[in-house]
Ligand binder design. Structure first.
Ligand code: MTE
Length: 326
C-alpha cells in the first residue's frame, strides 16, 4: 500500500508534517517505487520467500485445526506455498516492510477477547474461545488479491461471517458492520510512529457480510493463523482487495452510518469503501489488469470480483453510481 504526499502549498502551515514523519513516508514511497518498477531486488522478493533474506525468527507455535474443506469454493489455481503466504505480509502496525514476521511475534494471542457493540441486541465482550464454541470450523480455499497487484491462494480455516451476524444479533436499523483491530503501542512500532490513523478499521454492508463468501478466519494451512497474517482472528472477503480484510480483530460494531476505513481515511482519492477487484479500473498510479502470484512470480490476468462474480455481483445491482472498484 502506498500513499501520495500532498505538496506543501496544499495544506495550511498548522498541518505541516513533522520531519520524522516525512522521512518515514519517503522510505515508504521509495519501497513502493521499487515494487512498481519491478527492479531486480523487488523481483527477487516475489520469487523467493522473504524469510531467506531475514535472520532466523523464533515463531510462535501454531495449533493444528481440524476442519473439513468446503468443496463449494474452488480457487482454480494452485495453493500458494505456505512459506510465501506467511512471509510476505502487510501489517502496518508492525511496520511498512513486507517482512514483519519477527516483530509480529510480539502479539499476545491468549486470552483474546472481542467486543461486540453498537446497534446489537446485547452489547458484550466475548472470549474468542467462547465464540468458537458456537460455530463449526471449515476450510475454504480462496484467491486473495492485494491492491498492490500481487495475489495468493490460501486454504483459510474459519466460519461464515453470516454465523457471526447470527451470534451478534444486529438491530433492524443496522446497515454496516465495522471491524476494529488491535492497537497496542507497547508491542506495535507502527503505532508509536504516530503517522497512520490506527486502530486499523474496515467495514462492510450487512448484505456483504451476510454473503456466503464472507468468512471469519482463525487459521490457514490447517493451523491457527500466524501473528503476521492477523492472528488470532481476521476476516476474508475474497472479491475485495486485501486491504479490506482486517487482521487481529478486537471489536465488531454495528451502525447505520457508512464507516471510513483506515486507507480511505488516509487517502480517499485512491482507496474507498467498496474496494471490489476489477482489472478494468486502474489504481490512480498503476494498472490492475494483471497480478503477480506470490511464489512463482507468474503474471496472470486479474478477474472482475476476483473471479467471484457468481456469488457477489448481484449485491451491487442499483449501486452502479458508487465508486465500487477502488
Ligand atoms: N489489517 C491490519 N490490522 N493491519 C494492516 O496493515 N493490511 C491489509 C490487510 N489487513 C493490514 C490489515 C492489507 S493492505 C493486506 S494486502 C492484507 O491485510 C494482507 O494480508 P496478509 O499479510 O495476510 O497477506
Amino acid at each position: 500500500m502506498q500513499i501520495r504526499i500532498r505538496r506543501g502549498w496544499e495544506i495550511p502551515e498548522a498541518h505541516a508534517t513533522p520531519e520524522a514523519v516525512v522521512m518515514a513516508r519517503r522510505s515508504l514511497l521509495g519501497a513502493g517505487a521499487g515494487l512498481l518498477a519491478g527492479t531486480g531486488a523487488a523481483q527477487a522478493q516475489w520469487l523467493s520467500p522473504s524469510r531467506l533474506f531475514q535472520a532466523p525468527v523464533k515463531e510462535q507455535p501454531r495449533k493444528p485445526l481440524a476442519a473439513a474443506r468446503n468443496a463449494r469454493f474452488v480457487a482454480g489455481r494452485d495453493i500458494t506455498e505456505e512459506i510465501h503466504a506467511t512471509t510476505y505480509n502487510n501489517y502496518y502496525e508492525f511496520g511498512t516492510s513486507k517482512s514483519i514476521v519477527a516483530p509480529a511475534q510480539a502479539l499476545v494471542l491468549e486470552p483474546w477477547t472481542v467486543r461486540i457493540e453498537g446497534m446489537v441486541a446485547n452489547p458484550r465482550t466475548v472470549g474468542l474461545e467462547e465464540l468458537l464454541k458456537q460455530v463449526t470450523l471449515e476450510e475454504r480455499v480462496y484467491r486473495f488479491r492485494c491492491v498492490e497487484a500481487w495475489a495468493m491462494t490460501v486454504p483459510w480455516v474459519g466460519f461464515p461471517m453470516a454465523e457471526l451476524l447470527r451470534i451478534a444479533e444486529p438491530q433492524a436499523g443496522a446497515k454496516y458492520v465495522v471491524f476494529s483491530t488491535l492497537a497496542d503501542e507497547k508491542i506495535m512500532p507502527g503505532i508509536r510512529e504516530g503517522f497512520y490513523p490506527f486502530p486499523y478499521t474496515e467495514g462492510l454492508t450487512l448484505a456483504e457480510a451476510a454473503n456466503e463468501l464472507a468468512f471469519m478466519a482463525v487459521g490457514m494451512y490447517g493451523k491457527t493463523l500466524p501473528p503476521q497474517n492477523g492472528a488470532p482472528f481476521r476476516f476474508i472477503t475474497p472479491w475485495k482487495y486485501g486491504f479490506k480484510q482486517a487482521k487481529s480483530i478486537v471489536k465488531i460494531s454495528f451502525t447505520d452510518k457508512r464507516p471510513v476505513g483506515f486507507w480511505e481515511a488516509l487517502q480517499a482519492e485512491e482507496y474507498g469503501f467498496w474496494a471490489n477487484v476489477n482489472p478494468a479500473v486502474p489504481h490512480p498510479r498503476w494498472s490492475q489488469a494483471r497480478e503477480r502470484l506470490l511464489g512463482s512470480g507468474e503474471m496472470v490476468p486479474t478477474q472482475i470480483w476476483n473471479g467471484y462474480g457468481t456469488f457477489v455481483a448481484d449485491l451491487y445491482k442499483g449501486l452502479e453510481k458508487e465508486r465500487l472498484f477502488a
